[in-house]
Design a protein around this ligand. Structure first.
Ligand code: MTE
Length: 302
């Protein structure tokens, strides 16, 4: 995997603008609002050479239950979320706990474009050109204490702006977690942008996790709290149904979801009758991450 050019460098500007116009037509104000500032980001050796899905796929086919369970609900409803001001509480086993303004979190970070494969547990897949920075760099700045073994994340709770939270669809706040070595892996990023612009609300603005070798539900959106712990944290989908959603949830074609096979996947945008493609072990990131799980029974720790 290597990539010297950013996607925005190789995409003719007319195409890029055209995408935005299409989207503005399809999804109203969600992306066309005044908050969408251009972001400068360096290309990354971790980007895939695959062609990203168009912006309109990535911003109109979403899972974000705080805004409803339908794939179009986030694009329709997420504009109501206030993302500025925003702060993140970082606590637990860290040297410098505190509630950090997003601007402080962002100051001095190196933003990169990371074009990643993205695979939902529902067996659909996309390629997404994220903008973000390595979570490890943030954790190093706050100082992880030696007893920390896991990182827990929480999404904002604000039912007045998040219609899905006014219903008991899930046990709010949405929670996720990683083992510390997974969190420190260079592929694990905090994303703040997409296609060279600020993250649209429906994709988890202003800041979300992206862990490309795990099923998409691990990539928690709109994060307001990061906690370093000694114990494996409780996570939303695992609590909801531990038989169906494991803590690890690494993409694995040989471990089926109890209700469907994970051996193949549907590429979003390919059309209803397009052939499915094979699911890749660790979503194609096996070379980079298999070592994290050496000696573990991946059927048991699914
Ligand atoms: N984060 C929160 N807070 N709430 C959610 O419902 N859905 C997850 C994940 N993060 C979700 C979330 C699921 S199931 C997936 S597949 C991805 O977000 C979808 O990300 P995308 O909409 O940007 O493609």
């Amino acid at each position: 995997m290597s990539k010297q050019l950013k996607w925005s460098d190789v995409t003719p500007k007319a195409d890029f603008l055209n995408r935005r116009q299409l989207l503005a037509g399809a999804a109203g104000m969600a992306l066309a609002g005044p908050a969408m500032a251009k972001i400068d980001a360096a290309p990354s050796i971790y980007s895939t050479d695959l062609e990203p899905n168009p912006l309109e796929h990535i911003t109109t086919y979403n899972n974000y239950y705080e805004f409803g369970t339908g794939k179009g609900d986030p694009a329709e409803n997420a504009h109501t979320l206030t993302t500025d001001p925003w702060s993140i509480k970082i606590d637990g086993l860290v040297d410098n706990p505190g509630t950090y303004d997003l601007a402080d979190v962002m100051s001095g970070v190196s933003l990169e474009e990371r074009i990643y494969r993205f695979r939902c547990v529902e067996a659909w897949a996309m390629v997404i050109p994220w903008i973000g920075f390595e979570l490890g760099s943030l954790l190093n700045r706050v100082g992880v204490q030696p007893s920390a073994k896991y990182v827990a994340f929480e999404t904002l709770v604000r039912p007045e702006e998040m219609p899905g939270q006014r219903r008991n669809i899930l046990d709010w706040p949405y929670r996720e977690g990683l083992r510390l070595d997974e969190a420190m892996h260079p592929l694990t990023i905090m994303a703040t942008g997409l296609y060279g612009e600020e993250l649209p609300n429906q994709n988890g603005a202003p800041i979300r996790l992206v862990v490309p070798w795990k099923y998409g539900f691990k990539s928690i959106k709109s994060i307001v709290r990061i906690t370093l712990t000694g114990e494996e944290p409780e996570t939303t989908w695992n609590m909801q149904n531990p038989r169906e959603y494991g803590f690890y949830s690494n993409v694995n074609p040989t471990v089926s979801h109890p209700r469907w096979s994970q051996a193949s996947e549907r590429v979003i945008g390919g059309g209803l009758f397009a052939p499915r493609q094979d699911t890749l072990m660790f979503n194609g990131y096996e070379e980079e991450v298999a070592g994290l799980y050496a000696g573990m029974d991946l059927k048991k720790y699914f």
